[in-house]
Design a protein around this ligand. Structure first.
Ligand SMILES: Cc1cc2nc3c(=O)[nH]c(=O)nc-3n(C[C@H](O)[C@H](O)[C@H](O)COP(=O)(O)OP(=O)(O)OC[C@H]3O[C@@H](n4cnc5c(N)ncnc54)[C@H](O)[C@@H]3O)c2cc1C
Length: 315
């Protein structure tokens, strides 16, 4: 398996991960980006950027990201839409596990951003594993012929609702915002799915039940409260916490929950790096995340080649 390993497996396709891939590919390292949802990261969901050096006027975050992505691919990096659910950082090569299989890397880069959730809804922890889940790919089959909910507001929620609808007889897509932020074609698929009902502007107050989930207590856009009966619910909301859940405690985190790094963006595990908003570097800006990806790629090149001496890299 080590023979099939990439030099660099990058988890996350925001500006940090893409810039890392671009510079790795420029250095003739084999690199793959595993990206959960290209439209759901911080930059991708930003409507207008006007302060990214080299880009005059305003550009949408999604367009800027697409340009960096294509630039990385042009230099030979591979891009794969896949969600990493777990990693093994101690094996050689290191492994990133996705629902589509395992990816092996001599080095691993964590670039998953900070749109994770710190706050939980009442009942969420209590019913975790008893009807509350965060992974549709893992648990959708439990809801064959049953009624289940997906709570979220973006591309991830829309895609996962569609996947769940292959199993569940009824899917309730509960979106706390007034609209779902997802590409038009995905929204069309959701709208035309016969067994998905979308609830816009509806907030989940509590997950209710006795031994297992029986439903969710919700408040609609007009303030009306009700309980929606469900056999299970997938909580796919986003927030502002670093996304590190898939690391399973394998890397040292700071007290704020960020991945701890040194000046080369190396973590406490040799060959594993972290860049962008998943670290606690401030301020959080696209150009800074981009630069961090570049610094890590140069450090990785030295790590792989065994070069200790720092040389000036003009590439
Ligand atoms: C509303 C808003 C407005 C902003 N405006 C500006 C601005 O005007 N100018 C500016 O410079 N910066 C701005 N920023 C900040 C900037 O967007 C971030 O600093 C930058 O996007 C961080 O890059 P990143 O690559 O670390 O993370 P992100 O851009 O969040 O990308 C992370 C990527 O990782 C993927 N991912 C997450 N989990 C997994 C997983 N388990 N497996 C695989 N992939 C995964 C996500 O899908 C995403 O594609 C803004 C941020 C926000 C939220």
């Amino acid at each position: 398996m080590a023979n099939d390993a990439y030099d660099v497996v990058i988890i996350g396709g925001g500006p940090a991960g893409l810039a890392c891939a671009l510079y790795a590919a420029r250095a003739k390292l084999s690199a793959i980006i595993l990206d959960r949802a290209p439209g759901a990261g911080a930059l991708a969901s930003t409507g207008k950027i006007e302060n990214y050096p080299g880009v005059r006027g305003s550009v949408s975050g999604a367009d800027l990201l697409e340009t960096i992505r294509m630039q990385a691919i042009d230099f030979g990096a591979h891009y794969c839409k896949a969600s990493v659910m777990a990693v093994d950082v101690t094996s050689d090569p290191k492994v990133a596990y996705t629902s589509d299989g395992a990816y092996y890397g001599r080095t691993l880069v964590v670039a998953t951003g900070s749109l994770g959730r710190a706050q939980r809804v009442d009942g969420e922890e209590e019913f975790l594993g008893r009807g509350v889940s965060y992974c549709v790919t893992c648990d959708a089959a439990f809801y064959s012929g049953r009624t289940a909910g997906v709570v979220g507001h973006n591309e991830i929620a829309a895609e996962e609702a569609l996947f769940l609808a292959r199993f569940a007889s009824n899917v309730h897509l509960i979106c706390p915002k007034s609209h779902l932020s997802a590409p038009a074609e995905l929204l069309d698929e959701v709208t035309s799915a016969p067994n998905i009902v979308t609830h816009l502007g509806v907030k989940v107050r509590e997950i209710v039940g006795e031994q297992a989930v029986a439903g969710v207590a919700v408040t609609d856009a007009n303030g009306a409260e009700s309980v929606l009966p469900l056999d299970g619910v997938f909580m796919l909301l986003t927030g502002t916490a670093p996304i590190t859940n898939f690391l399973g405690g394998t890397l040292h985190l700071t007290p704020e929950g960020c991945v701890a790094i040194d000046r080369n963006y190396a973590t406490d595990v040799p060959g594993v790096y972290a860049v962008g908003d998943v670290t606690c570097i401030h301020p959080k800006q696209a150009i800074i995340a981009t630069a961090e990806g570049v610094i890590a790629a140069l450090a990785i090149d030295k790590y792989i080649s065994g070069r200790e001496r720092v040389r000036v890299d003009y590439m």
